[in-house]
Design a protein around this ligand. Sequence first.
Ligand SMILES: Nc1ncnc2c1ncn2[C@@H]1O[C@H](COP(=O)(O)OP(=O)(O)O)[C@@H](O)[C@H]1O
Ligand SMILES: [Mg+2]
Length: 290
Amino acid sequence: MRDPFNPVPVTGADESLARPRVSPHPYATLLAEREAARAGATAPRRDTLLYLNAVSKSFDGFKAINGLSLVLAKGEMRAIIGPNGAGKTTMMDIITGKTRPDAGEIFFDGETDLTRHDEAEIAAMGIGRKFQKPTVFENHSVEDNLRLALAGRRGVFATLLHRESAADRARLGEILELTRLGPKRASAAADLSHGQKQWLEIGMLLAQDPQLLLVDEPVAGMTDAETEETARLLRDIARTRSVVVVEHDMHFVRELGVKVTCLHEGAVLAEGPLDAVSADPKVVEVYLGR
Ligand SMILES: Nc1ncnc2c1ncn2[C@@H]1O[C@H](COP(=O)(O)OP(=O)(O)O)[C@@H](O)[C@H]1O
Ligand SMILES: [Mg+2]
């Protein structure tokens, strides 16, 4: 560390010409150094969208999450794999504020400490979560489901009375196209296939315009064709926002074509391209050992 009372002269020809040749006040230098030290401390997470460091969570003494560290870059899509009980869903519960961690750091967008916020606040910040079971309004049409989601906090009655703006209509059209539901827009949600219901629910989450979308086992129960379409759909979504997708289906994970993190016993076992992770002897062992 530099001695604040003997400041180093300004270096660089351009700067020294442009600036008056006055030594900074020693106290100003000290403040600048403190500022730099503070910036240094946050540097590793500054450009991250999601930053988990040494997170742990026990249930009745059982460590479901055990020193988990995971970093997601802005705009990144990440696939999370791992055997049953690895802690994948609990990790999502912790990120979304449904479950409080016992220890560790969790930051959103580099600086928001998620451990200081509750579930509703975290959702409002732009973290959307899709659960395994779809929760669409079965008796409403596809587009009415999306309208209700677009209205969000406006409330059901206000929504029914509200005249749809051109912007709302455009956004509805975009989401219908993205979720491959344009031809089904007037159908009751009840009449959709299982896969289409999942896409509708993804569309309802997109209506909230999340910066980060968390999806837990989206292709469970889907046909092969729906599974492949879901991989394309998530890739489309990941062009404009970050996505964390938990999934067992390795064919689907391969279609996603993104970096993979394998969890085991609440921590990261391996991370990297799917081929490297799936060839990792530690990963092979936990999958065979089931
Ligand atoms: N609310 C809870 N109470 C007690 N145990 C839990 C709770 N949630 C998760 N667990 C346990 O934590 C472990 C990890 O579960 P989970 O996160 O659901 O794993 P995964 O989604 O990877 O299959 C499991 O052993 C599970 O039984
Ligand atoms: Mg799970």
